[in-house]
Design a protein around this ligand. Structure first.
Ligand code: PLP
Length: 409
C-alpha cells in the first residue's frame, strides 16, 4: 500500500470514532490493531513501543500468552454466575491474592473507580460501627491533585476543575489537603475523620513523588488518631515502582489497599480492595456488590496475571530497568527538560514551560516509534510494560534522545 492509501485507512477509522463516539478523549492519531509484549502495531503496519502500557494495566505486556490462555480456558468452562452461588475460582483467587499481598481479606470489583468507592464505603461504615462516629458525620481526607477515578463521588473531591465542572452536586464528607505534607494531615483531622485516602505517587497528577518518609509519617499519624490509611495503588501497585506495592518504599502497610489495572494484565477489568485490618468485615450480606465483581473469568485471569508478575520477576525487573531508563534519560543533554523523576518504571519527564507543552513531543516520539502520552501540560510519562528488556530500553533511549535534542517539534 502506498502512503496516501495507508493514511486514508487510518483516517477512516478516526472518522468513525469521531462520528459515532462521545468525544471525551483526545487520542493521538494512531489506530492500533495488534499488540504483543511491549510492542503494538497500527492498521498501517507501523510498529511502536508502548511507553504508556495503559496507565500500568499492561505491566505484564500485551497479550501475555499465559494470561490469554487462562482467559480462553476459563471462558470455555464458566464465565459468570450470580453471586447468589459460589464458584471453584473465587476462593482460590482470594487465598492467592491475600497470601501474595499479606492481606487478611479481599473484596473484588471490576474498575478501579468501583474499588475506590468500595474502600470509601468500607471506611465510612467502619467509622460508624467501630470508631463510633455520629451518624452521617464521617469525614474522609484526600489530597489536592488526586486521581482516583471518574464516578460522581470521586470527582466530587477532585481538585481538577475539568473533572468536576458541570457534574455537581457532589457527595459531602471529603476534605482535601496538600499532597506530601504530613503536617497538613495532622491539622485536618477532626474527631469525625475516619480515613485518609492517598496515592503513594500521584500518577495522573504528573508523577509527583512525595518527600522521603511521607507515608511513614502518615502511617504514624493515622495510628495515633485511629484513622484508616487507604492507599490507592491502582497505578503504583503490582510492581510498577520497583516494589510489589509502593508502600514498601516506606516500610509501611495500609489498612485498605486498592488495586486494579495490572491485576488482570490488561485483558479484562478486575479490581479489588485488600484489607489488612478487619475493616472489610463491616460489610454484611447485601451491603455491597457487583454483578461482575469476582466472576470466575475475572478470577482465573487475575490469578494468572499475579503468577506472571512473580514467575517473571517483574518487580525486580521494574526496579533495575527503571533505574537504567531514568539514568539514560538523565544523560540526554536536552535543552527542553526541566526535571526527570520517577520510581521503578514510573517515570515523568517535565519539560520547561517555554517549549510549549508535551503534546508535540509525544507526537514526535510517535513518529519515531514510541507511544507516549502527556500528563498535565508539560510532563511526558514513560511507563512501559515491566517485561521490557535492556535492549528495548536502549532502542527507546535512542528515539527519546533524537526528539529531546533535535529541533523543537
Ligand atoms: C486508573 C486509576 C484509577 C481509576 O481506575 P479505572 O479502572 O479507570 O476506574 C484510580 N486511581 C488511580 C491511581 C488510577 O491510576
Amino acid at each position: 500500500m502506498d502512503t496516501t492509501i495507508r493514511q486514508s485507512v487510518t483516517q477512516s477509522y478516526i472518522d468513525l470514532e469521531n462520528e459515532f463516539g462521545a468525544q471525551n478523549y483526545k487520542p493521538l492519531d494512531v489506530v492500533l490493531a495488534r499488540g504483543q509484549g511491549v510492542w503494538v502495531w497500527d492498521v498501517e503496519g507501523n510498529k511502536y513501543l508502548d511507553m504508556l502500557a495503559s496507565y500500568s494495566a499492561l505491566n505484564q505486556g500485551h497479550c501475555h500468552p499465559r494470561i490469554l490462555n487462562a482467559l480462553i480456558e476459563q471462558a470455555k468452562k464458566l464465565t459468570l454466575v450470580s453471586r447468589a452461588f459460589r464458584t471453584d475460582q473465587l476462593g482460590a483467587f482470594y487465598k492467592e491474592i491475600c497470601e501474595m499481598t499479606h492481606s487478611h481479606s479481599v473484596l473484588p470489583m471490576n474498575s478501579g473507580a468501583e474499588a475506590v468507592e468500595t474502600a470509601l464505603k468500607a471506611a465510612r461504615k467502619w467509622g460508624y460501627q467501630i470508631k463510633e462516629v455520629p451518624d452521617n458525620m464521617a469525614e474522609i481526607i484526600v489530597c489536592d491533585n488526586n486521581f482516583h477515578g471518574r464516578t460522581i463521588a470521586i470527582v466530587g473531591f477532585s481538585t481538577e476543575p475539568q473533572y468536576r465542572n458541570g457534574f455537581g452536586p457532589f457527595a459531602p464528607g471529603f476534605v482535601s489537603i496538600p499532597f506530601g505534607d504530613a503536617k497538613a494531615l495532622e491539622w485536618a483531622i477532626t474527631p469525625n475523620t475516619v480515613a485518609f485516602l492517598v496515592e503513594p505517587i500521584q500518577g495522573e497528577g504528573g508523577i509527583i513523588i512525595p518527600p522521603a518518609g511521607y507515608l511513614k509519617k502518615v502511617r504514624e499519624i493515622c495510628d495515633e488518631h485511629n484513622i484508616l490509611l487507604i492507599l490507592d495503588e491502582i497505578q503504583t501497585g503490582l510492581g510498577r515502582t520497583g516494589k510489589f506495592f509502593a508502600e514498601e518504599h516506606d516500610g509501611i502497610e495500609a489498612d485498605l489497599t486498592v488495586v486494579g489495572k495490572a491485576l488482570s494484565g490488561g485483558v479484562y477489568p478486575v479490581s479489588a480492595v485488600l484489607s489488612n485490618k478487619e475493616v472489610l468485615s463491616v460489610f454484611q450480606p447485601g451491603d455491597h456488590g457487583s454483578t461482575f465483581g469476582g466472576n470466575p473469568l475475572a478470577c482465573a485471569v487475575a490469578r494468572e496475571a499475579l503468577k506472571v508478575i512473580k514467575d517473571e520477576n517483574l518487580v525486580e525487573n521494574s526496579m533495575l530497568m527503571g533505574e537504567y531508563l531514568m539514568n539514560g534519560i538523565n544523560l540526554i543533554p536536552s535543552p527542553y527538560v526541566k526535571e526527570v523523576r520517577g520510581k521503578g518504571l514510573l517515570i515523568g519527564v517535565e519539560l520547561k514551560e517555554s517549549v510549549g507543552g508535551a503534546r508535540r513531543f509525544c507526537e514526535a516520539l510517535q513518529t519515531n516509534g514510541l507511544l507516549c502520552k502527556e500528563t498535565h501540560q508539560h510532563i511526558i510519562r514513560f511507563a512501559p510494560p515491566l517485561i521490557i528488556t535492556k535492549e528495548q530500553i536502549d532502542w527507546a533511549l535512542e528515539q527519546i534522545e533524537k526528539v529531546l535534542t533535535g529541533p523543537l517539534p
